[in-house]
Write a protein that binds this ligand. Structure first.
Ligand code: FAD
Length: 638
């Protein structure tokens, strides 16, 4: 059999995962065997950027593309912040179709041996808000102390997330929402407004979520949800059917996990596994960083593509052929390839520019976002000895994890109590409690006995685990996330704070401060590759602006920026810049979303009269093991 070449463009999560599966997958049937990579075949990986995978494969920034761990002073032993993707929703492994969670991420972490570093990444049950210049903790929002919004039906007496539930009830009751992936697919296409409102009978998929929320909650109600939930991306005018499912994930209560080695470590480990597997299988592995796909055409049974260097990204540097190509890159990056291909003089098939392919690509709404990280030499946001700190970060929490249970067992804590606490049904395991009294009370109820003073002390000491916040504001920093002193070098006092996590609304606000005063723009924004270069140092004007907004959140509206100490280091990631031009994406209204998900993976399917052959511009990944899924276009943002 002739040897074959497979080409993957993009070495972010999707590209690396695809390479790994192609090398390690077990085909479901005989037909799949010949498609697998075998001895003598070639696997090539291209990326516009150059990530720091290892000593043998160094780069300008941590791996992971839209995930990017940044360590203080770039020292891997020091504290770190996540300036891109940062957490996953753990999957229990139940394969009944009903279990929630990010299956692929959970499984990859497990298979790569990284589970030992996986820890809860919980949000606070009692977050701090600073909205319309009013500071409030969630538990303090009541009818006597409402949020400063004129919401109908006393909506300001409650959490801003209540607005999500109000809209969800248009589908009937929460219990009537689908429970399985298959049922959600059905709902995306056929889910209707069930209750007696003016739009009764309309399909959710054909209504923009902003339109729907505004209609149901009114201007002030919408404003409260939009400001108070922290993510503008949740409330834009995206597909309402998908929003009903996805927004469930972002309300308080969802359990997230992360890795103590930093999120980028997943991608370093994946890359290492790929190199080893290719070597073991006799597959020639060719990695081309700083090299982008320029244009691509299907010619006969093969694919012809052109590449360009990072230095000169718009000019072809070579033309090559391959048997199959995967474009593991976001919509904007694909748009650039389509634009270059459109003007090629050719007799091949331009799959990317086919009208149906363009239509489906446009179903992804681009959502720019912005993160700024700061490191401090003290944890000023929780320092209650500072009387000026009126609103400390609400991050103190107690939680029993399996590791906590083991630690308690080794300290002689009663084994019967541990057995009860480890049961999910006890409501104790992996549930964060923000008050020590509530935590002890819940444990005592679960075990059916009073704890001794010594047991209480043991339990509180072992289960103390801070949450990440966040604090939420309507000022341009939008969300503050507390990472703390999380380096391996525990002797160091370096406290990380995501000083701003803004999506959609304020990227322009921060972008202007990137240059600062008395500086003209010299590089067009369309050529600014900051996300590929790595976290960029913030100028003093941006630092001052961040400090003043952080001060308002924690010290009140009358405070001065000097209330927040001068940080040790401040860097930003501007995810509105190329080649990403979005941190994440959402599905637009008026699409059959599951059809998009299935067909855009192999876009030649969308072209009438073109029977997919052994070669196409994008191939489906061979089915591997039950419980696994190929990377889908499902929106993932947190
Ligand atoms: C701030 C932020 C927070 C997030 N939070 C979370 C979270 O907590 N949990 C979560 O699950 N998800 C989160 N996400 C989303 C998640 O990070 C992304 O969905 C995921 O990383 C996308 O992976 P990808 O491989 O599809 O694309 P990308 O990571 O975008 O990788 C694409 C790669 O293609 C390369 N490329 C582009 N053009 C070309 C070309 N022409 N030729 C060759 N290479 C090219 C790029 O350089 C890049 O390396 C977040 C994202 C951001 C930005």
């Amino acid at each position: 059999m002739a040897s074959k070449t497979y080409s993957i463009f993009g070495v972010g999560a999707a590209g690396l995962y695809t390479a790994w599966r192609l090398l390690d997958g077990k085909p479901a049937g005989e037909g799949g065997k010949s498609k697998q990579l075998a001895q003598g075949d070639t696997l090539e990986l291209y990326d516009w950027g150059k990530y720091d995978f290892s000593g043998d494969f160094p780069g300008s920034r941590a791996p992971g593309a839209r995930a990017c761990t940044w360590h203080y002073k770039d020292d891997k032993n020091s504290s770190y912040l996540e300036l891109g993707g940062m957490r996953y929703s753990d999957w229990t492994g139940d394969n009944d179709g009903k279990a929630g969670g990010h299956r692929v991420v959970t499984t990859v972490i497990d298979q790569l041996g990284l589970k030992q570093y996986s820890v809860p990444f919980n949000t606070s049950p009692n977050p701090l808000f600073y909205l319309r210049t009013k500071n409030m903790y969630l538990a303090g929002i009541t009818s006597a102390n409402p949020a400063p919004y004129h919401v109908d039906h006393y909506g300001a007496d409650d959490s801003p997330d209540t607005g999500f539930t109000t809209v969800e009830l248009l589908a009937g009751t929460a219990a009537r929402l689908p429970q399985t992936r298959v049922a959600w697919c059905e709902f995306y296409q056929h889910g209707k407004i069930e209750v007696d409102v003016a739009q009764k009978g309309q399909l959710f998929k054909d209504i923009g979520y902003w339109n729907l929320m505004f209609d149901q909650l009114g201007s002030e109600g919408f404003g409260y949800v939009s400001d108070g939930n922290g993510y503008t991306s949740n409330v834009i005018n995206w597909n309402s059917a998908v929003a009903l499912q996805s927004n469930n994930e972002f309300t308080p209560g969802t359990e997230y996990k992360t890795l103590t080695t930093g999120y980028s470590s997943i991608f370093g480990a994946l890359f290492e596994a790929i190199v080893k597997l290719a070597e073991a299988k006799g597959v020639s592995f060719e990695y081309h960083p700083d090299m982008r796909l320029h244009s691509i055409l299907k010619i006969g049974d093969g694919i012809r593509y052109a590449i360009a260097t990072r230095k000169n990204p718009n000019k072809k540097s070579a033309t090559r052929t391959t048997n199959a190509a995967w474009l593991a890159m976001p919509r904007y990056a694909i748009d650039l390839v389509a634009q270059a291909t459109r003007y090629e003089d050719h007799d091949g098939l331009d799959v990317l520019n086919h009208q149906k392919v363009q239509l489906y690509l446009e179903s992804a709404i681009m959502q720019p976002c912005y993160k700024v990280g700061m490191f401090f030499d003290k944890e000023w946001s929780t320092d209650t000895s500072n009387s000026a700190l009126q609103y400390p970060a609400p991050i103190l929490a107690y939680e029993v994890t399996l590791q906590v249970a083991d630690a308690l067992a080794s300290q002689g804590f009663p084994s019967g109590y541990i057995t009860v606490m480890k049961k999910k049904s006890s409501g104790i395991l992996e549930t964060p409690f923000s008050s020590a009294a509530d935590f002890i009370h819940a444990v005592e109820r679960a075990v059916g006995e009073r704890l001794t003073v010594q047991q209480e002390e043991q339990l509180l000491a072992a289960a103390k685990r801070n949450t990440i916040g966040p604090s939420v504001t309507d000022t341009p920093i939008r969300q503050v996330v507390y990472f703390g002193n999380n380096g391996h070098d525990h002797g160091q006092n370096v406290f990380g704070l995501l000083a701003s996590y803004d999506d959609e609304m304020y990227t322009g606000f921060w972008q202007d401060l990137e240059l600062g005063p008395d500086r003209e723009r010299k590089i067009p924004i369309s050529d600014d590759m900051q996300p590929l270069d790595g976290p960029r140092e913030a100028p003093p004007i941006m630092v001052k602006m961040l400090r003043s907004q952080l001060a308002a959140v924690h010290f009140g509206p009358q405070s001065d920026y000097t209330a927040v100490p001068e940080p040790l280091e401040t860097r930003y990631m501007d995810w509105s810049l190329p080649p990403f031009n979005a941190g994440y994406h959402a599905y637009a209204a008026h699409y059959d979303v599951c059809d998009v998900q299935q067909k855009i993976r192999k876009p030649s399917q969308l072209i009438d009269g073109l029977t997919p052959t052994s070669s196409s511009s994008a191939r489906p990944i061979p089915t591997i093991k039950p419980g696994w899924r190929a990377p889908s276009a499902r929106r993932s943002r947190c």
